[in-house]
Design a protein around this ligand. Sequence first.
Ligand SMILES: *Cc1c(COP(=O)(O)O)cnc(C)c1O
Ligand code: SF4
Length: 383
Amino acid sequence: MESHIFFVARKCHSACYNKMVEGWKKSLSECITKPHQLLEKFSVDIKALDSVVAKYPMKVSRYYFNLIEEVDDPIWKQCIPSLLELQDPYGTEDPLNEEGDSPTTGLVHRYPDRVLMCVSNSCAMYCRFCTRKRRVGLPLINLSTEVLLEQIRYVQRTPAIRDVLLSGGDPLLLSDNTIEFLLKSLRAIPHVEILRIGTRVPCTFPERITPKLCNILKKYHPLYVNVHFNHPKEITEESSRACGLLADAGIPLGNQSVLLKGVNDDSETMKSLVQKLLKIRVKPYYLFQMDLVKGTYHFRTRVETGLKIIEDLTGYTSGFAVPRYVIDAPGGGGKIPLIPRYLVSLEENQVVLKNYEGKQFTYPQIPKEKQVLSPMEVPVKVP
Ligand SMILES: *Cc1c(COP(=O)(O)O)cnc(C)c1O
Ligand code: SF4
């Protein structure tokens, strides 16, 4: 198995490989990475942007760039560098202390039964609000074959792990062969029950989702994919096709959004997003409050904004359209759900509740244990 991945790595560098490069790889090489390329479509002042890009790289797939309708619209804000990134008075490079919970390079083991494996440093687009801004696009951590094998060995020798989440960067920017190698190695570990992939590719670079890739993925069920859409304009014919191919391969799809000021921080936008997601067979999973990442202050909303959005969705649209709003606790406490107040009071004999319209209801409680015999305590006649 080890020799297999070395073979893959060598193949990527060999001259003959170019002849069989798949379409998506060619498209990826045509991404926008320099501020002056913005001038192809927009007349904006790009003078100062080179200094931003020197610190935080820029990359936008042609597909995503073409979704921009005007300067500073919700698509632009997510992908085009801003001077505000260099003026952030708050924030730190690694607010979730991921490096602190990392027993081996790139692997984060924070919860009892699951791990997050960073298997790629690159993405089809570098989102300006990214939590791993410190790292994506920069070769600070070398995710070499040896590093990936060490992550797999950690999972092998840790029987408590039943759920492995491949993340990055974007795992689906790896070659089909490497993706298959990772899935196959992990699937061969008896205690690993489910595999998950977190990817933004269906949204930012849908052509990467090919029938060939789906044929590989579906061999390693149960496999879940979490995608990342933030705005209804991202749901296009192409991204719908990409999600459809994954869903047709039997993969349950969830969505993780980030609550972003000026992008999706109002109830109407969010309602439209979650309803459109369900139409392309994606179930909203998480809505993240912004992490305290250096260079992203201008995207941060207040928590009241997120709670209001959840209140405006709950009861007003399909229950399973409503994502769970969470804060990933600063310092590494994990994800903590934020739930609007529907429980008015919890008393000895009753619970007082508020429904989505604000009307109050009571629900009577059964008496506390001890007063009632549980089946175990009921005396059994011994014959
Ligand atoms: C988000 C995350 C997971 C997965 O969490 P779920 O709530 O199960 O989706 C696992 N490990 C780390 C480090 C994470 O940040
Ligand atoms: S695709 Fe994900 S990991 Fe990559 S830059 Fe965007 S948010 Fe960050």
